[in-house]
Design a protein around this ligand. Sequence first.
Ligand code: FAD
Length: 320
Amino acid sequence: MNEFDELDQTDRDGVHDVVVVGGGPAGLSAALVLGRARHRTLVVDAGEPRNAPSAHIQGYLTRDGMSPAEFLARGREEIARYGVRLVRDRVTDVTRDGDFAVTLRTGGAVRARRLLVATGLKDELPDVEGVAERFGRDVLHCPFCHGWEVRDESFGVLASSAMSVHQALMVSQWSKDVTFFLHRVSEAELSDQDLRRLAAAGVDVVPGEVAGLVVEDDRLTGVRLADGTVRARSVLFAGPRPVPGTGLLQRLGAELDETPFGAYPVVDPTGLTTVPGVWAAGNAIGFSEQVVHAASGGYRAATAIVGDLLMTRLDAAVDA
Ligand SMILES: Cc1cc2nc3c(=O)[nH]c(=O)nc-3n(C[C@H](O)[C@H](O)[C@H](O)COP(=O)(O)OP(=O)(O)OC[C@H]3O[C@@H](n4cnc5c(N)ncnc54)[C@H](O)[C@@H]3O)c2cc1C
């Protein structure tokens, strides 16, 4: 079954109540609520969800262990029941002249009264040989996502900044065998408190640049330092640099807030950005939004949009 719709002339000519940009957990959850509230809704999804490299979603009550692909397929099935349209495409620009004009990569544009940006983020991985290939398998970033599955294995943690100490300490909850590779961070950058906590957690701190990973039979077996020595490790935690998908919001003039994990839109508790009529949800508003948070944020934004559309219509009727 093809779960995606083809954009037709009606889609192009009419004005949608809401266009949702991004069909991950945040966007699909919002679309479900909007569809059930009888709103004419279009989801545009480029089809590159953040957790695609991973075989399982963990920590989402009742969905623990489900594959990301199945989760999204189930979501797409659910929104289709309520008449939500879904196209596989990428939004390349948005402008506003009363309504929003949403430009698609395959050509043409659609119009919307309200916009929900649920474009996620990209993980920019450390430039170390082997890391990108193993990401989501035995190179991991999040102990809450994967820690249980690799508990008690031999962990490495690749420092990308002095803040990586936090990651080295956190993963010690899942294994007592943790080696912290300082890589390009010098020991002098770590505070006394960091060093004392690392010692208390039993974390082995190893200075020196990491040159690459040792992989045998399609499994990580070690971490190779630039001096040629190899430390046997079966799991490596690394801290990717998050690159939030905020390009469209920036074009609309949304205010962003700088954080150590990237610049995210300033939003109210419903996800409303500083641009009237534009909401955001999921990893587009924060680095630590897990799947359950993203779905919840999409839901919350959708309910606010439903209220906003209704009050706007009623106020116009009153004025008339
Ligand atoms: C390896 C890995 C494993 C993870 N494991 C877990 C886990 O076990 N449990 C957990 O809770 N969380 C996990 N996460 C985090 C999880 O991926 C995020 O919480 C979740 O993806 C956020 O959902 P989202 O809808 O905000 O973004 P996404 O899922 O990334 O979806 C965004 C969608 O928007 C699309 N898009 C982007 N820009 C455009 C555009 N301009 N036009 C149209 N579409 C666009 C993208 O292609 C994508 O399909 C993991 C992350 C990684 C990297």
